[in-house]
Design a protein around this ligand. Structure first.
Ligand code: G3H
Ligand code: 13P
Ligand code: ZN
Length: 320
């Protein structure tokens, strides 16, 4: 069942985080739904501009609608990830999405507020909520590349002013994470002191942690042992940190790179171990199973494992 992102945030705030995962194809969607039904956890499906271009807007919607029928127990929201203004409008008008993210974090504060405000007005009129971003994550996003060294953390006073002026419903904050597989060169640089300061100024307001893949070392090692050439300095967010982020208001945690690593490991190992195979369904099936297992484990780290009954009750109560 597709629900509003606001409903999920209301049920989760301060108790657990909703995992937000990008999909691009059928196998990812099957693993995502299967894993979350097994984990009895709610989730957010994220669709990036790149995914819309790769699979096609209609195809992605059709895949999600088919999964909705196959997995009637699932409770989830559908969200545009890192949208620009035009793509936000397209998603708002499509009637399919629960929420959109407008990423104008590369603009000046004033311009970011103005763009976000325009999206908020249009989204709220149609019952969608809006995630905005303030501060700059390191790493590479679709339309903006920021050197890790220049990545600036979210300023807590600005965060309060930004939320008040823009009217956004959740805020992606830069607290030391970055996109991709190479997040930290030295020790883990998560700034929960900054997160706590933001929460003090915005009590009860959902914060979003992008760039939260954990880039498991054993996954990287298995990929490389099966013919991959990933830099072994690849390093991500220690997933035990999620439980510390939740009481600080982090309600949505974005994970994409880890899923790509699962895909790469399964396919590399499968073709290495069975070099005569040319039936894509064999690794495809293995991948769906592995991705479902991955979801079950992630939901434990996010504290969302087993929360589906309470989320279902909250959704029903809200509907009256
Ligand atoms: O933050 C971006 C997500 O990992 C989506 O990646 O833009 O390559 O689809 P993508
Ligand atoms: P990762 O690259 O850490 O998976 O982050 C994904 C993300 O933030 C999507 O918006
Ligand atoms: Zn992101």
């Amino acid at each position: 069942m597709i629900v509003s992102t606001a409903e999920l945030f209301k049920a989760a705030y301060g108790k657990f985080a909703i995992g937000a995962y990008n999909i691009n194809n059928m196998e990812q969607a099957l693993g995502l739904f299967q894993g979350h039904v097994e984990a009895q956890a709610p989730f957010i499906i994220q669709i990036s501009k790149g995914a819309r271009k790769y699979a096609g807007v209609k195809m992605l919607e059709a895949i999600i609608r088919a999964c909705d029928e196959e997995f009637p127990e699932a409770i989830y929201a559908v969200h545009l990830d890192h949208g620009d203004e035009q793509t936000c409008y397209e998603c708002i008008d499509s009637g399919f999405y629960s929420s959109v993210m407008i990423d104008a974090s590369h603009e000046s504060f004033e311009e970011n507020v103005a763009i976000t405000r325009r999206i908020v007005d249009r989204a709220h009129a149609k019952g969608l909520s809006v995630e905005a971003e303030l501060g700059m994550l390191g790493g590479v996003e679709e339309h903006v590349s920021v050197d890790e060294k220049n990545a600036s953390l979210t300023n807590p006073d600005e965060a309060k002013a930004f939320v008040e002026q823009s009217g956004c419903d959740s805020l992606a904050v830069a607290i030391g994470t970055s996109h991709g597989a190479y997040k930290f060169s030295g020790s883990q640089g998560l700034h929960f002191d900054v997160t706590a300061e933001i929460q003090k100024r915005l009590p009860g307001f959902p914060l979003v942690m992008h760039g939260s893949s954990s880039v498991p070392q054993d996954e990287v090692a298995r990929i490389n042992a099966a013919g991959g050439a990933l830099d072994s300095s690849a390093k991500g967010v220690d997933e035990t940190q999620f439980a510390k982020a939740v009481p600080l208001g982090v309600t949505k945690i974005n994970i994409d790179t880890d899923g790509r690593l699962v895909w790469t490991r399964v396919h590399r190992e499968s073709f290495r171990d069975d070099p005569k195979n040319f039936d894509f369904r064999k690794p495809g099936k293995e991948y769906v199973r592995a991705y479902a297992d991955f979801m079950v484990n992630k939901s434990k780290a996010l504290l969302s494992f087993g929360t589906l009954p309470q989320v279902r009750a909250a959704v029903r109560a809200a509907k009256g």
